[in-house]
Structure formats: C-alpha cells, structure tokens
Design a protein. Structure first.
Ligand code: G3H
Length: 481
C-alpha cells in the first residue's frame, strides 16, 4: 500500500528480440530494470500482508463483499487506462506477438470482470441461510490468510492474475513475485494497487525467486502457495514450508498433452487444429499439444500436410502482421530445442523441417520430428517450444497406454469421426486427464470451464468460479431455531 525507496542493486532487463552480429555475437536491447530485492524486503512485504490480514480481523478480510468488489472495480478501471503500455511491455519482454499480447491483456480484464460477477452469486450467496434439523446456518465463504502468488513467463499478466485476483476478492492478503521474464509489465499497475486497495493488502516483491520464496515459506506465515509454473519448483517450494503449519497449494504445472488421431479423422481439420495446438505462441503454452500420435494408415499423409503447414508459418518479429513464430525468451531455450532435435536424430528420428537460428538469435524455426520413440528426450519431456513430435500407432491401445503411463495428466485431444470408437476412448481418457477435446486442440478457456490436471500437472482447479472457491473456505454462523 505504499512505495518504498530503493537504493540497492537493479537488474537490467534485456529483450529476447535481439540481433545476431556478423561476428556471431548477439546484441540484446535493454528495455528497463527492476530492483533486486532480498530477504529483508521479502520479510517487510510478508509482514505487511500478515499485518493487513491481522488474523482475520483486518479491514480487508472483514470488509463487506460489495465494498471489496468496489475496490476491485476501481483497480480494473485504472488497469484499462494502462493497456497500451502493458501490452507493449509484454511484447518486448517475452517476445509474444502484438496480437497475442493484446489478447492476453483483454482476456485478463474479462476474467476480472467475470470473477467479480461470479462472486456476487457464488454458491448461492444471495440466499445463504439454510435450515436443517432445527439449526439455522448463515453460510459464508471466508478467506484463508496470506497468499503467495507467482505466475509463469508465458502468460505473465494473465496467469499471475488468475490466482491473485480471486485470492484478493475472497478477502485474503497477497504477496506476489512477478515471473523471471515478464516483470516490467507490472510497473504501470503499482499506483493502481496502492490507490485501489487498503495498505498491506497487496505487496510486490521483485527478487530472484530462489532467494526470497523459500525464505518466505520457511516463516510458516504463508497460508496458500499459488504457483503456475514448473512441477519441480512446486515440489521444492512445498518442502520449504514448516511441517508444523498446514499449507494449501493451488498449482498449475507441467503438461505433455497428446493428440490421438484415429484412422477416420478429417485430416484438414486435424492438421489445422494440431498446428495451432502445437505451435501457438511458439508452443510455449502448458496446454500446447506436445505429442501427436497418428494411426499408421494416415501418418505419411499427415506428415506431408503438417510439414507443409509448418513451412508456411510466418516467422518474424512480434509486431509483424500475421506472425506465428516469434523469439524465444533466451538463448538457453534455443539451445534446448537444438539439444532435443539432436538427441532425436541420433536415436533414429527424421527432422522433417530443420530447426535452426536466424537473423534474430532467439528465433527458432519450428521442426516436425518423426518417429519419436521411447528413450528420446521428446518422448516424455515437455519441450515448451516450436517442436512438433509425431509417433505412429497400430492399435489404439498403444496411444491410450502413452497417456496412462505419463507422469502428466492435463488434457488430450482426440480426432476422429466414429462416435462408437471415440466414445470408447473418452471414458478411460477422462479418468487420466482433466479435459478431453474432441476434434479440437487442447486449451484452457473459456475461463468459466474448469482448468485442472491430474498426476504432476496440477493441484486444485482454476476457473472463474473454482478459483474463488480455492482461495476460501465454506464456513457458517449457526444458531438453534
Ligand atoms: O500456459 C498455460 C496456459 O494455461 C495456456 O492457456 O490454453 O489459453 O493458451 P491457453
């Protein structure tokens, strides 16, 4: 709820949009900087959140819902006024196309508005008195305490706010750490955070996560860990919280979503959806299709068509009209793509479109890799980039077995036309993943639908309504009739 002066170290933010020089070196543009805070500042941020919550007695957790909603509406009004600056910061900092950066901003505003509306009627809020066996209960949803929110670099605004906004609306106080890439875009919102919410309700910490996050968790003062990021980081962080205190977790984690293409699939539609599913935002979506499993009778034609479609994608700078493939966030990511391709080639796969560098060192040409087999990196690792791994199957049980034996369980797509065959697949699949998409790519939205995952892919469910539930508990005030 206040600005603090900063006299310490600052980190320069370099855009991933960078030039390769004639001598092979890479020139990156500086687009801003942020303070590198440490444990002392994270202690202060946490203390502010704890004090604003004040064991449930604070102004925010006891504020009537209508007043909390008014604060959030004030915040959204101020946020909308900053649209252009925030959109440009997303584009320059993570290399997302201008069109997709605009979509991310607009979707986030729509999400906040929808969440506010959902709160008004959540779990029948309006008629919340219930009578049973002589007891009258006033049922309420009550907050959980201090929530630590962290979003990922690929949706830095949208997926940070996917937890932060419902957590606030339910009366919790928040500490949030912007993602490693996608940090500057929060600057234009700082004034709005300060003016829309009471002091200490929302606290931002700019710092290396590895330094401050375990430290904050070890204090035992965090009630809920809300992270959309990697499974490995989530496992590590959960262990930092003292065993003597209970920690709730709302997690959106790794995924390796597969598409199963049945022998009678409509290939035009299938290729179109698989292309979008695998390569939108360079394949950097947790919901992306990361393995295409095609019936052997179709695989040659499927490869011919998808390779052609991949070859026609426009590769370029994020502000170019109709661009599909844009720079990755750093050279470590292009290096990983090359490593995965080399590994597959060494183990017998063909790389149908050659991946490789370009005039911008972080631009990576998309590649179709076939046949991907067990033992290759691409078989199980989440590539999170512009690679399209393809496998062929003879018996649909093999495709099903791939999904069943995976450590991940977010979504699957099934392409086909025979309702009997599709029907027989859907029941086992929906017990393995949380969403089965019929003749369409995997995706998170529309945001009113549950977004969840089994196994290593998630903990808890996010959606407009489910997120409000995740950050609250159903409580009651009871009296005898
Ligand atoms: O990166 C993970 C996101 O939840 C993907 O969302 O399917 O709307 O692109 P999306």
């Amino acid at each position: 709820g206040e600005f603090r002066a900063w006299g310490g170290e600052c980190k320069t933010v370099l855009s991933p949009i960078c030039e390769r020089q004639a001598d092979g070196s890479v020139r990156q543009m500086e687009i801003g900087s942020y303070p590198v805070m440490g444990e002392a500042e994270s202690d202060a941020a946490l203390a502010a959140a704890v004090s604003a919550y004040d064991s449930g007695r604070g102004e925010w957790p006891t504020m009537p819902v209508a007043k909390r909603i008014a604060c959030m509406q004030d915040f959204v009004r101020q946020m909308v006024a900053q649209r252009q600056e925030i959109v440009h910061l997303i584009m320059w900092e993570i290399g997302k196309s201008l069109a997709d950066s605009q979509k991310e901003f607009d979707r986030t505003v729509e999400y906040i508005v929808a969440t506010i509306e959902a709160l008004r009627t959540l779990d029948n809020n309006a008629s919340r008195f219930e009578i049973a066996e002589g007891t009258i209960g006033q049922i309420r949803r009550t907050p959980l305490g201090v929530v630590l929110c962290m979003g990922p670099y690929n949706y830095p605004l949208n997926e940070t706010f996917a937890t932060l906004i419902p957590a606030l609306l339910m009366g919790n106080t928040v500490v949030f750490k912007p993602p490693q890439y996608g940090t500057l875009l929060f600057w234009p919102l700082m004034q709005a955070f300060c003016s829309a919410f009471p002091r200490g309700v929302i606290n931002t910490i700019y710092a290396p996560g590895a330094v401050v996050v375990p430290h904050m968790l070890a204090s035992g003062k965090i009630g809920v860990l809300a992270l959309i990021g990697s499974s490995k980081v989530a496992d590590y962080l959960k262990k930092q919280h003292p065993k003597s205190h209970r920690l709730r977790a709302v997690l959106g984690l790794d995924a390796k979503n597969a598409a199963i293409v049945l022998p009678d699939a409509d290939l035009d539609l299938t290729v179109r959806e698989c292309l979008l599913g695998a390569l939108s935002f360079n394949g950097q979506r947790c919901t992306a299709l990361k393995m295409l499993i095609v019936h052997r009778s179709l695989v040659d034609e499927f490869l011919r068509r998808i390779t052609k479609a991949v070859g026609q994608l426009k590769i370029g700078m994020p502000w170019e009209q109709g661009v599909s493939i844009t720079p990755l966030p750093g050279l470590h990511r292009t290096a990983y793509m090359t490593e995965a391709i080399e590994d597959a080639k060494a183990k017998g796969a063909q790389v149908v479109n050659q991946g490789g560098g370009a005039y911008c060192a972080t631009l990576y040409y998309p590649a179709v890799v076939y046949p991907v087999k067990e033992g290759m990196k691409l078989y199980r690792e989440e590539q999170f980039g512009p690679l399209v791994p393809v496998m062929a199957y003879d018996d649909v049980e093999e495709a099903l077995e791939y999904v069943i034996s995976s450590d991940h369980g977010q979504q699957v797509s099934v392409f086909g036309n025979d309702p009997v065959q599709i029907g027989a697949l859907v029941d086992p699949l929906v017990n393995q993943v949380c969403r089965v998409n019929l003749n369409c790519q995997c995706q998170r939205g529309p945001d009113v639908f549950p977004f969840a995952g089994r196994k290593d892919s998630a903990e808890g469910t996010l959606s407009v309504n489910d997120a409000l539930r995740a950050f609250s508990i159903r409580s009651m005030v009871a009296a005898r009739q």
